[in-house]
Write a protein of this length. Sequence first.
Length: 572
Amino acid sequence: MIIRINMRTKLVKQEKLPDKYQLLGGRGLTSRMLLDEIDPTCAPLGANNKLVIAPGLLGGTAAPCSGRLSVGAKSPLTGGIKESNGGGTAGGKLAKIGVKAIVIEDQPIEENFCILIVSSAGVRILPAVGLEGKGNYETANILQKKYGAAVSVISIGPAGERGYSLASVAITDMEGHPSRHCGRGGMGAVMGSKKIKAIVVDNNEAPAILYQNEKLFKEISKEWAQNVIPLKKGLTEYGTANLVNLVNSLGALPTRNYSYGSFTDAEQISGEYMKQRIEERGGKPSHACHPGCVIRCSNIYNDSKGNYLTSGLEYETIALLGSNCGISDLDFIAQLDNFCDDFGIDTMELGITLGVIMESGWAPFGDIDKMVELIGELKKDTLLGKLMGQGAVITGKVLGVQRVAAVKGQGISGYDPRGLQATGVTYATTPMGGDHTAGNCLPGRTGYRPETKDKDFLSKPEGMVELAKDMQVMTAVYDICGLCFFLGPSEDDMLRIAKLINAKSGVNLTAQDVIGFAKQLIKDEVEFNEKAGLSQSSNGLPEFFSSEKLGPYNYLFNISKEKMIQFYKKDC
């Protein structure tokens, strides 16, 4: 079913899922509904935008790593369509209740915030008494005490309440911490514009997930999990931070506002160093962010006294709040991560914004005291804090900084495109803005092309456009299904996914069918952006990536703007 909530009238409707949406979920459903239902030229924080929250097509099932939740809207950061997804427990719980999507419409006349209680009994809209202005940790704690420790909480922090364009949507994890975030694109600001502080999801007494062929579904799921576990040992042992030393060795680790590709102190923020520190302090170096995760690349990071500090200290956070700002103190980065989780901020956009401020000379790179002062500006909502809250591009314009690593208004991720050219193509071309989660092209990922023994091939332009297209399409398949992209990707995985959908839904899809769904999804998103005024001429990277050589290997981004503009002119 679709739950449709009008925040002006407080009317709640439960609608049967239309036939055209039956084989869509996650990003596939959020983007299709946005294209079908809103004017792409609407104001992102206005009454005519909609917030669509959807579990994946395989959400709540026995499929491995299938608990991701998508949140979609027109983005206040990019001005285009946006889907941001995260782990945590909410996606699976919504799916078990039978919710395919929650569609939040319009805006209330009154200024007070509300909470939504979603369960198998229906939806209640209640005043958010005592929650306004509180961080995500306190919000989650209060709601779990009131509604039960087993509920999942989807919430925003003060950043979302204030309409900051880098505001995230938090989701509680297996321990109840609001540490999993739909971080990109300002979805927290859109949720705040609807005056929703939190959504409590309670799947108690929900019926079991129905399968057309449960035995086959579980056999395929088990085989896939057993196949994946030995292949992902690095992620399991060190988390995504295992990429720090790798990307640094490739000369593509953002350092001091993308002015260099190698960080002298990379070892001090590496996955290997982090694991040692976590174990010494009684934390968990390997941790599942949602039920059914077999890779367990999350972690629980304690402070020097052995007390919980943050969960899921990820590569992107370490790279962009660490090396990109000249910071090598892992404890300080973890403290910043905790702040971002609590305040409701995308760590990536904040890291790039801070790098831009340092580039302007406002604060020196590597100066922890100055970074603490800047965070204080955000907390206090000063004029500078408000500026930072609008992200790197606007901050760069106001401060006169030319080197701003962003595409379509959104800061890029922790991989310099001069060293990873295909990821640069994804930044430039995806409808999502500068977003690695729409098709990251790391070493070992060759799409549908054969493996290569050339260790440096990702820093060369040959074949990178095709690789980026492959990765964007396969990523979209995972996003439709609510699957973690770390499960793959490969052609074999596309076939597994088709078989899982067949066993669950009683259809007869092929691998090419699910790839076709993904291609149509991307076409829908391109169409939305075209109507919103983001034409394909906006595809491209900031000029400095093609004009400033990146040390230590003197890389340049060598793929023409024309190829990026033509990227979606033909079949995806």
